[in-house]
Design a binder for this molecule. Structure first.
Ligand SMILES: [Mg+2]
Ligand SMILES: [Zn+2]
Length: 189
């Protein structure tokens, strides 16, 4: 038996970028060529789409504010990411980023909620109860701030984050592929 699943009918899944979708670098990802997907992450995004989730990316990119890469280069990096997802057979519903440094005191650098509010306004999806998958404490704090469901992956800075984590409400998975598989198989909650 098969049924047509409407894209986004299960709401959004909020994804951090660096350390979740692609390999992170302490030197920042500064060019499209340096953007390299973590094994299984593209397929995971495709699977989420197929299961009715709308994947959105919410990412701190202070390298822009630090002058390490231009806004234009960041756009090209995100074009490469969108293309990679599309080639694999999926679609990102949105990519939201904060270009500021911590010193800017903006309202969009995670764990501030600005990017998620932008996403909610633009797409009409609520973050409340939506899975939010990240590798840093700032992702988990953001999840708490918007009432999303905090999920930690062990890729990127995940192992380091896990070592300092004391919140039993946070679900932990090896990587995005495992987190996505778990979300897809569970019944709607
Ligand atoms: Mg990250
Ligand atoms: Zn910002």
């Amino acid at each position: 038996m098969s049924q047509t699943i409407r894209p986004g009918s299960r709401g959004c899944v909020i994804l951090d970028r660096d350390g979740v979708i692609n390999h992170d670098s302490p030197e920042y990802i500064r060019s499209p060529e340096q953007w390299q997907p973590i094994d299984g992450s593209l397929e995971a995004i495709v699977a989420l789409c197929g299961a009715g989730f709308a994947p959105v990316v919410v990412s701190n990119q202070s390298g822009v504010g630090r002058g390490l890469l231009s806004a234009d280069t960041l756009e090209r990096i995100h074009a490469r990411m969108s293309e990679a997802v599309a080639t694999a057979g999926g679609q990102l519903s949105g990519i939201y980023h904060c270009p500021h440094t911590p010193e800017n005191g903006c309202g969009c650098r995670k764990p501030a909620v600005g990017l998620v509010r932008q996403m909610e306004r633009a797409l009409g999806h609520s973050a409340r109860g939506a899975p939010l998958i990240g590798d840093k404490l700032s992702d988990l704090e953001l999840a708490r701030g918007v009432g999303a469901r905090p999920i930690l992956v062990r890729t990127g800075y995940g192992e380091t984050t896990l070592a300092t984590l004391s919140d039993p409400a946070v679900e932990v998975y090896a990587d995005l592929a495992q987190a996505a598989a778990a979300l897809i198989t569970e019944t709607t909650r």
